[in-house]
Design a protein around this ligand. Structure first.
Ligand code: AMP
Ligand code: MG
Length: 436
């Protein structure tokens, strides 16, 4: 147990100084969502891969429809039908003077064609109204598709999406360090990539401690409470981008806890415990982990310390097991554990992922309250609040009690009152951490 009091920033720096980004692995696209890319992804094909139509209509030669209007439409011979997925006109034939090919959106522009006339600028072709649009003229003999009347001229390349107008071979699709979100997955798929090299999601094991804890859904008997921490923190770990495993509640028995943690190390990139870190008689996490450090291994073992913050004063941090897996021992009060997670575990998860931005965004806001808020001297206080972006205000929800789970559930921000502040008047400009 360190006798010195650690500041919030010192504790966070200690954690971030110890966690290293996870080794990259090759993942299938859908598994890479939210992960950080560690390679530059180059484009190997053109997108679109070929000139194609952006409309349902008729592929034409520009000179043929010059001067066309409603009164004097140009009549063209329909020589074929080109659906998306087809390879141009049958027999590799190109479009000759006076000819048109019916073409669907996304279908390749046939050789000889210079533009597409949208179907709305035509009579839809002889015998072929809109309902008939999808009928394959390729079933009919070539050139026997009838005629189309075109009511308007088109410029060269009109309604044509040029080959390579999106990306070209040799272009940089995504650079190393990019975060893979849905549009990035779309681009990777569009250029034909099925896997990418990324840092994987960290696997977070969440263990709550306390002989008083009962699993939700079971009967609550005298003196017992439902285990909410393991649920909240597993959800928070997922929200931070991790793969989260909820082990649930372990009784206040040091040997059981040690055995549970050892069992879990196999699937953990980081272990989070709640409860049992203060100075009570049953402070099981402290009892179980104070002794796990191997004297010969520098940096191994868990250090239990006091932080200059409220809530969340008692905290443990260190590494455990053969792989020196980081372990954060958070206090047991639900609000304390949740805020500790937000301030320390979330950044650690994001550092393991290789993300540059590990902290929640902060803003300044005007404190909206009926009366002044009091705050302990020498401790950074984190109060729950609701943030109004439009008004630029933040309003406290509930009090400072670290058991007030409902208030936490009704807040979307943390109001930060610095160490030297003992009272914050309504109207004060305050720092706010945005939780959503
Ligand atoms: P501890 O730090 O273990 O003494 O716990 C502090 C307070 O938080 C006690 O009132 C515990 O009952 C409560 N607490 C601890 N763990 C949990 C949990 N997983 N869910 C809900 N409350 C808890
Ligand atoms: Mg306890």
């Amino acid at each position: 147990m360190s006798s010195t009091i650690w500041s919030v920033d010192e504790h966070l720096d200690d954690i971030l100084g110890a966690v290293r980004p996870l080794e990259p692995i090759e993942l299938q696209l859908h598994d890479a969502q939210g992960c950080v890319l560690v390679e530059d992804v180059m484009v190997e094909i053109a997108l679109p891969p070929f000139d194609n139509s952006s409309m349902d209509g008729y592929a034409v030669r520009v000179a043929d429809v010059e001067g066309a209007d409603e009164e004097f439409p140009v009549v063209l011979t329909v020589v074929g039908d080109i659906a998306a997925g087809s390879d141009g006109l049958a027999g590799d034939r190109s479009l000759g003077p006076g000819e048109a090919a019916r073409i669907m959106t996304g279908a390749p522009l046939p050789a000889g064609a210079e533009a597409v006339v949208p179907v709305e600028w035509t009579d839809g072709g002889t015998g072929g109204g809109p309902a008939d649009t999808m009928r394959s003229l390729r079933e009919a003999p070539e050139g026997a598709g009838g005629e189309v009347r075109v009511h308007r001229p088109v410029e060269a390349r009109a309604h044509v999406r040029a080959r390579g107008s999106d990306v070209k071979p040799g272009d940089l699709a995504l650079s190393a360090g990019s975060v893979i979100g849905p549009p990035q997955i779309g681009l990777l798929a569009a250029i034909g990539r099925s896997t990418v090299k990324v840092r994987p999601r960290p696997r977070v094991v969440v263990i709550s401690t306390g002989s008083e804890l009962v699993q939700p859904g079971e009967e609550l008997t005298g003196g017992r409470i439902y285990d909410s921490n393991s649920f909240a923190l597993t959800a928070a770990a997922k929200d931070a981008g991790a793969i989260a495993y909820r082990v649930g509640a372990v009784t206040d028995d040091a040997d059981t806890l040690r055995a549970t943690i050892e069992d879990q190390l196999i699937r953990a990139d980081i272990v989070v415990t709640t409860g049992g870190v203060s100075v009570g008689a049953y402070d099981v996490v402290k009892e179980a982990l104070s002794s796990v450090g191997d004297e010969d291994e520098p940096g191994s073992g868990i250090d239990f310390r006091k932080l200059a913050m409220q809530p969340g004063k008692p905290q443990g941090f260190g590494s455990i097991g053969p792989d020196h897996t980081p372990l954060l021992a958070l206090p047991g009060n639900p609000v304390s554990s949740y805020i500790s997670f937000e301030l320390f575990v979330r950044p650690a998860i994001r550092a393991l992922m290789g993300l540059k931005e590990v902290n929640r965004p902060t803003v300044r806001a005007t404190l909206e309250a009926d009366k002044a808020l009091s705050s302990p001297s020498g401790r950074r206080q984190f109060l729950r609040g609701t943030y109004d972006a439009e008004a630029g205000t933040v309003t406290p929800v509930g009090g400072s009690g670290s058991h007030l789970i409902a208030a936490l559930a009704h807040s979307d921000a943390l109001i930060v009152l610095p160490e030297d502040v003992t009272s914050a008047e309504p109207g004060t400009d305050t720092e706010v951490i945005l939780l959503r």
